[in-house]
Design a protein around this ligand. Sequence first.
Ligand code: ATP
Ligand code: ZN
Length: 302
Amino acid sequence: MSMSIEPRDRLRIAIQKSGRLADPARALLASCGLSWRESRDRLFCYGEALPIDLLLVRDDDIPGLIADGVCDLGVVGRNVLCEQDTERVRRGEASAFRELRPLGFGGCRLALAVPDGWEWRGAGQLAGRRIATSYPALLQQWLQEQGIAAEVVTLTGSVEIAPRLGQADLVCDLVSSGATLAANQLKPVATLLESEAVLAGPVAEFEGERAALAEMLLRRLDGAVRTRNSRLLMFQAQRSAIPALLPLLPDAEEPTLLQVDGADRLALQALCHGRLTWQRLEDLKRAGAQGLMVLPVESMLA
Ligand code: ATP
Ligand code: ZN
């Protein structure tokens, strides 16, 4: 039996109501052409430009909403998605959601962090220790892979102060800059998972109207994620300078060369994914580029 017995032609996307992923998720969806009316309770936003609605929830609820078919898609940290999937699999249940696309924001890693005073000599040191975490399934799995028997202390918040409170010897927590750990006299020593925000969806394929909508949204998302850090670089050069110029553009995608003013003069345009710093532009100029121009990319459709 499939969820399609529900008479729903619209697509429903769950995003975080407030928190680190809330604004970037909204901005990304808006850049894909979605628009919505803010409702008074702000839990459900009716899609106006497209039949795609938003549900604003806690990030931890997103995988479950997809598993239950209440939502079709969700924007959530890979850390949350992997934790809940690992937990399901440990309980003997089948996977009910999966990562469809990495989205390029909300980057962090799940890491083991030990008190500053520890000299880290490897996982063997953890035997018999107490580790505080909000990610017990991922930690258990990692410990199992390492063949280490340690005690997992599950906490829902303020994991980083657990060692000072005597609740644990070390922690397994999300790290981005490392400032929070440092403020609690902890240092990261091993990475369990590299994370970022992802688009999550069900394991099963969509059917009917929603399949076509999801396909369109994914295509637009791919374009939006690709354009976000891309710039269009344009310049002119003598044909003889091209061999010296191309090595300066290792991040250029499919450069287009056009002939101008006879056979010897070319115009080049290329989509670049790396940073086009003044330094790089000056290097290009020295190698023979003229009339250099860097343009932002508004949208892209492959
Ligand atoms: P909610 O109220 O929705 O449960 P939360 O407190 O669980 O919110 P946030 O702190 O807003 O969640 O973090 C959301 C996600 O942001 C994390 O799951 C993670 O993927 C990502 N993230 C990026 N950097 C960090 C960081 N330094 N610490 C915690 N999460 C981070
Ligand atoms: Zn949460």
